[in-house]
Write a protein that binds this ligand. Structure first.
Ligand code: SF4
Length: 245
């Protein structure tokens, strides 16, 4: 019991500044628990770009490095190549990874870099105030799509886990969610396995997409956002493992 609720060593001893009900805190915590359980805190390097996930630079108690917006996979590439003994992972949001950093993520995946990418998909640009992201659902309102996303003018949501799975080099690509305890456990198991594989030399490029929420910009109460994920986000973005080598 104590282990489940206590702060993982891989998390810093500070109070979270994420908005109330935001699941970024939970995702950070389960990834930190995975590091603790594998005894990898001292070897981990977390690469953070720009976005709400960047606030995590204060919450991780592991080595971390900041990168320009969208460029975390490129920076992680350099870190892993120079320090192959390290566990290198990025923590990125959807505006960052699927828009601004689309080039970096696709080329890092295509090269099969030996890194883990944790991709938090909450259908919006959270930190900058709720602009439409590549993952915004059809009909979902955003500050830059006040009438809701219209595929005629904005195209359809980008399915990153499926795109990555279609490349030859990645060894793992899957989509998970954090809207229920069962889904949180599955997400943690996937992160832990990807970390373990990287350190045991069975790794390669591993992509873990996680469906999450943004109570602030969705304009919903925290519990309602979890129902929204179940009833709306998952209809567009099915959970599953799309590639595992
Ligand atoms: S803006 Fe959204 S994603 Fe960012 S911390 Fe707040 S609730 Fe979370």
């Amino acid at each position: 019991m104590e282990k489940i609720y206590s702060r993982p060593e891989s998390m810093a001893k500070i109070v979270s500044g994420y908005c109330p009900g935001c699941m970024h805190g939970t995702i950070t915590k389960i990834a930190a628990q995975a590091l603790d359980e594998l005894g990898l805190r001292g070897k981990a390097v977390c690469v953070l770009p720009v976005g709400c996930g960047t606030i995590g630079v204060r919450y991780w108690n592991v080595d971390r490095i900041g990168s320009a917006h969208g460029r975390a996979p490129a920076v992680a590439t350099g870190v892993k190549r120079v320090h192959p003994e390290s566990l290198v992972f990025t923590y990125q949001g959807d505006g960052d990874l699927a828009s601004i950093g689309m080039s970096e993520i696709m080329h890092a995946a295509n090269r099969g870099e030996n890194i883990v990418v944790i991709f938090v998909n909450n259908s919006t640009y959270g930190m900058t105030g709720g602009q439409m992201a590549p993952t915004t659902l059809v009909g979902m309102k955003a500050t830059t799509a006040p009438n809701g996303r219209d595929p005629e003018t904005e195209g359809y949501p980008m399915h990153m886990a499926e795109l990555i799975a279609n490349l030859k080099s990645p060894v793992f690509s899957g989509r998970f969610a954090v809207n229920t305890p069962a889904n949180i456990n599955k997400t943690k198991a996937a992160i832990k396995k990807a970390f373990k594989n990287q350190m045991e030399g069975k790794g390669g490029f591993s992509f873990i997409e996680i469906l999450s929420n943004c109570p602030t910009n969705w304009g919903l109460a925290p519990l309602a956002t979890l129902d929204f994920i179940e009833n709306n986000t998952m209809k567009e973005f099915p959970l599953g493992v799309f590639k595992e080598v």
